[in-house]
Each structure stands twice: as C-alpha cells, then as structure tokens.
Design a protein around this ligand. Structure first.
Ligand code: UDX
Length: 439
C-alpha cells in the first residue's frame, strides 16, 4: 500500500519505518526540514533503541522516503497517518490542535482521489468528527475522503517493538471500506493474532486518553501510598510487590518514586479533564486533578528530602544528579521529573552537575542554566549529595568503592527506588529512598 506518515517525531518516525517494515511504500512528512534531511540520510534525530537499524534497512530497501511537502504526500499516498504533536496549549490545560488542523488544511485541498486520513495523535474526543466536517469543506473529491482514528500506544524506549508487535490495534471508522483498508495496512500484525478492536471514532479517541488516564492513576496511587509509608515508617517496596502479586492489580505501572513525566501522560490527563469541562461533565474526572497534583508533589518531596539530607540548606551544596531524561532508554526531556528537580535544587542555591547517558543535549536546550556531563565520574566529583532521578540501567552497576573516592560525602537519595540500597549502605553510603524507611 502507499502510505504517508505526517509528523516524524518520536511517534511518527517510528510508525513510518514500521509501516515500511510491514512491506508498504511509505513517505514520511514533516515541516522540520532538518529532521527530514537527517531521516533521509538514515540518521535518527532522537534516541530510540532499534530505530536506526529499522530506518536504514527500509530506506535501503527503497520502501521509505521523506519529504517536507504535503502536496507530495497527497499525490503519493492512499492512506495518510497524522502523527503530529498535540501539546498543552499555552496558558491552558487543553490540547493545542493547531498542528493537526494545519495538516488537514495543507493536505486535503491536494487530495484528488479517494483517500483515508487516519489520526494517530492523542486528541480530545470529538476531534475526528470535527475534522470530518473540515475535510468535507476542503476536499476537491468531497465524500471520498474519510477520517478514521487509530490511537497509538507505543512507549518511548520500546517504540519499535510496540509498533511491530502491539498489544492490540484499535480503529475508529465510519465505513466498512475504512475498516477493510486498515485491516490491510496491518495484515501482517493481525496474522500474528493481535487483537483488533474496530469501533466508532469517538470510542477510539477515548480508548487512548482512558488508557493514559488509567496508567497515570495507577502510578499516582502507588505514590500516594508511598507518602503514607513515609509518614509511618513503612516500606513501599514490599507493599507494591505484595499488591502486584494480585493478578487483578498487576505489578506493571506500580513502581513508586518520582512519578510520571514525558510528552504524553501529564498533558493527556490535563487535556482529558479540560475536555470533560467543555462537555460539562468534569465531576466524573475530577480525580484526575488529584492524580496530577500527587504526581507533581513528588518532585517537591524529592527536593525537600535532598535539603533534609544536606542538613536543612541547599545553599552552595554540590549535588550530583543522575538522570535528565523523563525515563530511561529515551533522550526525551519533555516534562522530565528529573530536570524539574535538578532545576529546583539549583534555583534554591545548590550547584548541580547533571549526568545522563543520552539526554544531555536536549536537557541543555531546555535548561541551559544547569551544568551537565556525559561522564558519570564527573558528576560525582566533590558531591556532597547524589540524587538518582532517572533509573538508567548503568546506575545499577556503578563501582561504589570507586565513587566513594570521588565524592565529598557518600550520601544518596534514590528517588526511583531501583538501586540496591543494602549494597550502597554496605559500601558505606547514607541512603534515603522515597517511601522507604530511614535507617
Ligand atoms: C506513555 C504510555 O505508556 C503510552 O502507551 C502512550 O502511547 C504514551 O504515553 P511514554 O510516555 O513513552 O508512554 O512513557 P511510559 O513508559 O508510559 O512512562 C511514563 C512515565 O511514568 C515515565 O516518566 C515513567 O518514569 C513513569 N512511571 C512509569 C512511573 O513513575 N512508575 C511506573 O510504574 C511506570
């Protein structure tokens, strides 16, 4: 099939390469000429394990090309996936739809044959219906252009696997033809037995925001319990493990710590609530406000713990910060809890040095006032406190005896609860961990 993927960020670029891997002819389109230039040369513009190989293999096979032109996209494809961002609107909690609308305005007047537009971006419920009205007014071929919705559930860091081997496929369609087209697009994946849920467009849009709201709620739930643990000297780790053994609860997304960040969960729950307000039914979703505030409070809690560990003041204290990305295996720093904490420590007088294996460049662009290093030893040199804020695997394998010779004071705050704290304590470190008893 001839497919275009419009918007080549973390989601779209991987989707484009994934569709080519399934054997389709794919054109990836973006307004960012530098990104298109880089992708065309087979260079991934962001860190995503497995993506560079997928990109290069499919370019080499002649199935994957890139362009900045929506006119070219209209000529090239029969199915057009929209993968542009829907960030939080400035000064509001609602989603900003300007990039999605711009794609429709740029693409649809150039469509001169029957085409299917498939939204993948996370959007307020009702968007597909609104876009259908826009399309009807803009398309030279009128009703032959249909809008469907096919939400994307991929996780950064696992994007390639999640694209080629998803847990489920969800499509929202308004005709049997659109359903047939999408079954054909995903034929290889469906043949592997992947569940396929075909529904109306509003339901498909809601599946995505509901999934993210549920995941965010699960994380904030365990973090709320973690606060109770701290207050009474109980331990959140065995508690979470015990809950997770109940198959009805499950242990995934039940890791307590610094909470969620990234380009999706925080803004998606806010946009969901904003949409419910527009619909006059915010009562049903007010718990999401708590989910958000529990999450944001984790960051303040980490700063407070760091200050306590430093004897009540951050002024002129050297702090080693481990991690800048919003989660490991990603260079994405959008709404990163780690950077938020690092910045708060610095703005309260500390002198932080932030280490991250992949995200330093992006972090520097967002918070140019912080000091960065890509050498972990440099972060530790002279540190009076170390704070572990993004749980990269390499932080679990540090040589503690060696680090003890670098720091001024062997003190660490594990805000992600993934370090072996007994091991650190045995190596002579003072350790605090969020939701865990002090010793
Ligand atoms: C998320 C959804 O998982 C994905 O389905 C959707 O398509 C986009 O949003 P992503 O943003 O890549 O994906 O990150 P995810 O792996 O879900 O993690 C989100 C945040 O939650 C991270 O900051 C992570 O550190 C945090 N998290 C996750 C926890 O704090 N505890 C957990 O138990 C799990």
């Amino acid at each position: 099939m001839r497919i275009t993927v419009i918007g080549t960020g973390y989601l779209g670029a991987v989707h484009a390469a994934g569709m080519a891997e399934l054997g389709h002819d794919v054109l990836g389109v973006d307004v960012d000429a530098d990104k298109i230039e880089s992708l065309s040369r087979g260079h991934a513009p962001f860190f995503e394990p497995g993506f560079p190989e997928l990109l290069r293999n499919n370019i080499a096979a002649g199935r994957l090309k890139f362009s900045t032109s929506l006119k070219e996209a209209a000529e090239f494809g029969d199915v057009h996936f929209i993968c542009v961002g829907t960030p939080q609107r400035p000064g509001s909690t609602a989603a900003d739809m300007k990039y999605v609308d711009a794609v429709i305005e740029g693409l649809v007047p150039n469509l001169n044959r029957a085409s299917l537009i498939v939204g993948k971006s996370t959007v307020p419920v009702g968007t597909a219906a609104r876009l259908s009205t826009m399309v009807a007014g803009l398309a030279p071929v009128g009703a032959k252009v249909e809008v469907a919705w096919n939400p994307e559930f991929l996780r950064e860091g696992f994007a390639v696997n999640d694209t080629l081997h998803p847990d489920r496929l969800v499509v929202g369609v308004t005709s049997a033809e659109a359903d047939d087209t999408l079954r054909e697009v995903y034929r290889t994946i469906l043949e592997a037995g992947t569940p396929y849920i075909s529904t109306d467009v509003a339901t498909a849009e809601l599946v995505k925001v509901s999934a993210n709201a549920f995941l965010a709620t699960k994380i904030s739930f365990i973090n709320a319990i973690s606060e109770i643990c701290e207050a009474v000297g109980a331990d959140i780790m065995p508690l979470a493990a015990a809950l997770g053994h109940d198959a009805r609860i499950g242990n995934r997304f039940l890791s307590p710590g610094l909470g969620f960040g990234g380009g999706c969960l925080p803004k998606d729950i806010r946009a969901f609530l904003a949409r419910a307000e527009e619909l006059g039914i915010e009562e049903s979703l007010t718990f999401l406000r708590n989910v958000d505030s529990i999450n944001v409070n984790r960051r303040q809690r980490a700063v407070n713990l760091a200050r306590d560990m430093l004897g009540g003041s951050l002024e002129n204290k050297r702090i080693a910060v481990l991690g800048a990305a919003f989660k490991p295996n990603s260079d994405d720093v959008r709404d990163s809890p780690a950077l938020c904490v690092a910045n708060a420590l610095q703005s309260q007088g500390a002198n932080v040095r932030v280490h991250d294996p992949e995200a330093v460049e992006n972090a520097r662009a967002s918070y140019p006032g912080l000091n960065y290093t890509t050498e972990v030893d440099k972060a530790f040199e002279g540190a009076q406190l170390t704070v572990h804020l993004t749980e990269w695997q390499e932080y679990r394998q540090l040589d503690l005896a060696h680090l003890s010779t670098l720091v001024t004071s062997p003190c660490i705050l594990d805000a992600r609860n993934t370090l072996d704290i007994d091991h650190w304590r045995a190596a002579g470190w003072t350790v605090r961990a969020m939701g865990r008893p002090t010793r």
